[in-house]
Design a binder for this molecule. Structure first.
Ligand code: SF4
Length: 392
């Protein structure tokens, strides 16, 4: 389906400014239902027209006003002059032999940036991994995205747009269930408001209507934001990027641990209100010779204590960074130690490794091209790691 694009997109506040606003071009993508209703009301239309646009845009994935046949023809005509629906642009597709597709996506609404989105088909579902930021300032030593440093936060529409373009691009082969994981570039909880707006649309039964069971947000452990998320009515599942069995070990690879050490992080997890069907997920990238010993496994089990949790073990993906893949036997033993102590643990093998779409491999070069120059490696960083999240 063709996508209407605009060169200039004023913000909504501009739009609302009476006289000028009536003639401003506004991008409706990423607007929640109440904002669409307000926009339509400000144009003298009944507010339910906003709800109709919301339905057409997110449920029916109609990106041209001309095909929103639930609207009167005159309104469609008017909207086509006053507003746009601007999706991110796919600038490259990298297709893996396992069916995963890594999209390089250009964002042009605010500061131009490229981010990456990964589409992973399975037998009965597809999983879409979205980026919440361009680059990332959290500076995990094992992560390629960290080399970009923080470029900018994404807008809600830019996150929703990643989901929509992945669905549209695979329209003829979609499975009944869609999973969305916020595990691409960036720390979602450092872009809290926009991420929550995007989640509101994804999880809203009148919006994209994806079950909270099928949407996961992964964080490096921003404790105040986890506590804020705990208060939200509409929440995704929560995954914590653990990757270490002690503060000393975690400090070496995740500087955020110095600000929010394991005790604080796990304390916030303990207080996190889980729904009856829910477990916290702890992601643990296994780095050969660093964090993959039986003693690490025992410490992880002790740390997670009585949490209702599961652990996804992610063997390190070979890539441009100088880290070791763990022995298969060691991974198995690690999993067995956790399971023997009653902790559900799974070994997850990343999809799309041959196109740099696997966990922690989201490529640097193409993002850097539009976003920022790669940073110089510090002596420590050049010895750093890569690989972080399990999109399962
Ligand atoms: S692992 Fe995640 S939080 Fe850490 S630097 Fe990379 S993108 Fe940011």
């Amino acid at each position: 389906m063709p996508v209407r694009r605009s060169a200039r997109l004023p913000c909504y506040d501009d739009f609302k400014m009476s006289h000028q606003a009536a003639h401003a071009i506004v991008n409706l993508l990423g607007k929640p239902a109440e904002e669409l209703r307000a926009i339509l009301e400000s144009r003298g239309e009944p507010s339910y027209r906003g709800a109709q646009i919301y339905h057409a845009l997110y449920r029916e994935r109609r990106f041209e006003f001309a095909v929103m046949t639930n609207l009167p023809a005159a309104l469609r005509e008017e909207l086509s002059r006053a507003a746009v629906i601007t999706l991110p642009e796919i600038v490259r597709r990298h297709c893996s032999s396992d069916g995963a597709v890594r999209y390089v996506v250009a964002l042009k609404e605010a500061k131009p940036a490229n981010v990456e989105t990964v589409f992973m088909p399975e037998e009965h579902r597809q999983t879409i991994c979205v980026s919440a930021q361009a680059g990332c300032a959290v500076d995990c030593q094992f992560c390629l995205t960290a080399r970009l440093r923080g470029v900018r936060n994404l807008l809600a529409g830019e996150m929703i747009g990643q989901v929509l373009i992945a669905l549209e691009d695979n329209r003829t082969a979609l499975r009944p269930q869609t999973n969305v994981v916020f595990m691409g570039q960036g720390e979602p909880l450092l872009n809290y408001d926009a991420v929550m707006t995007a989640l509101g649309i994804l999880l809203d039964p009148n919006g994209m209507a994806i079950s909270p069971k099928h949407v996961t947000l992964s964080t490096s452990g921003i404790v105040p934001a986890i506590e804020r998320l705990a208060q939200e009515k509409l929440r995704p599942k929560l995954a914590i990027s653990l990757n270490a069995s002690s503060n000393e070990q975690r400090n070496k690879i995740m500087p955020i641990n110095r600000k929010y050490p394991l005790e604080e992080l796990l304390d916030s997890c303990q207080r996190y209100p889980l729904r009856p069907w829910e477990r916290l997920t702890f992601e643990y990238v296994m780095l050969g010779g660093f964090n993959d010993s039986p003693d690490d496994a025992r410490r992880v089990r002790a740390l997670l204590g009585n949490l209702r949790a599961k652990v996804n073990l992610i063997p390190w993906n070979p890539g441009p960074l100088p880290f070791e893949k763990p022995d298969v036997a060691r991974v198995d033993e690690f999993r067995r130690i956790l399971q023997d102590k009653g902790m559900p643990a799974f070994v997850r093998h990343s999809r799309g490794q041959d196109v740099m779409a696997a966990c922690g491999q989201l490529a640097l070069s193409e993002s850097a091209a539009a976003s920022a120059a790669p940073t110089q490696n510090s002596p420590n960083r050049s010895e750093g790691f890569s690989g972080v999240r399990s999109r399962t």
